[in-house]
Design a protein around this ligand. Structure first.
Ligand SMILES: [Zn+2]
Length: 267
């Protein structure tokens, strides 16, 4: 879950057109979501979302192949049928997170109900609804939870925050095997290359380490260069460079990495 910025002065036109207004009104009249064509699913909405999310799932941060792109409703459309075409409520996700999340939306307070909102006024309701409902689900468009995420040495995500933990485990299943395997691969590749290098040099004295540290620069530079919003598992990558102690055991390697990361990530 990485905080993203969505532009509300540039809502996709298709979400404001007459066809959507008609089906919005039909949903309201029926008191439920009856749009069999799922008219929120359009290529222009998808295109805008892929730009905002860098082709990554809003929840698990997996890079999405074209076939795995889902337009996801933060507040489930089956319950909040009047928000089915709300720009505010549409996120990009992978199929697995979307299917696991389904119609789940745990809230602390009472549920916001349809209150005669007009079609032209549905795109920016999330914040006022959040105040009423206090949802457990993290919305990466509304809050930055990086400081509340903890990864262990096995790439399992944890948190001491109840809402973040709910989103990780109950809502999206962010410790499913597929994701752990990918994250483990990411850290293992980095560890292998650093450790192979380290043990290939003579490390008998502090002087040896000092003279060899420069050879680690390309390795660390390569890893740090991928700690960007565009990268798959950006949050995990960022956590790794800030928490080297969690993933490496050798004290000298830790020292080398910390020195180089602090130099290279501020460059
Ligand atoms: Zn996902």
């Amino acid at each position: 879950m990485t905080k993203v910025n969505k532009n509300f002065s540039d809502i996709p036109d298709i979400l404001k057109n007459e066809t959507r207004e008609n089906i919005f009104n039909a949903n309201i009249k029926a008191g439920k979501y009856i749009d069999k064509s799922n008219l929120y699913k359009t290529s222009s909405v998808q295109k805008e979302l892929t730009k905002i999310y860098y082709f990554k799932c809003a929840y698990c941060e997996k890079k999405l192949l074209d076939t795995d792109l889902h337009i996801e409703h933060y507040r489930p459309k089956s319950v909040y049928y009047w928000l089915a075409y709300s720009w505010d409520n549409l996120l990009l996700s992978c199929g697995q997170c979307n299917r696991k999340k389904r119609n789940n939306f745990k809230i602390e307070n009472s549920m916001a109900i349809y209150n005669n909102e007009e079609f032209s006024n549905i795109h920016n309701l999330s914040e006022s609804y959040n105040k009423i409902e206090k949802p457990y689900a993290i919305n990466p468009e509304k809050e930055d939870v990086f400081d509340k995420l903890i990864y262990d040495e096995n790439a399992i995500i944890k948190s001491s925050d109840k809402r973040v933990l709910y989103t990780i485990n109950d809502l999206c299943g962010l410790n499913r095997n597929e994701l752990i395997e990918k994250r483990i691969q990411l850290i293992t590749d980095f560890k292998n290359v650093v450790e192979d290098y380290f043990y290939s040099f003579s490390q008998d004295s502090d002087e040896d380490i000092k003279s060899n540290i420069k050879f680690f620069i390309p390795l660390v530079k390569d890893f740090v260069s991928k700690v960007t919003l565009e990268s798959e598992f950006y949050t995990f990558r960022r956590f790794i460079i800030m928490n080297i102690d969690v993933f490496f055991d050798n004290e000298d390697i830790k020292k080398i990495l910390k020195v180089l990361i602090s130099k290279l990530s501020n460059a």
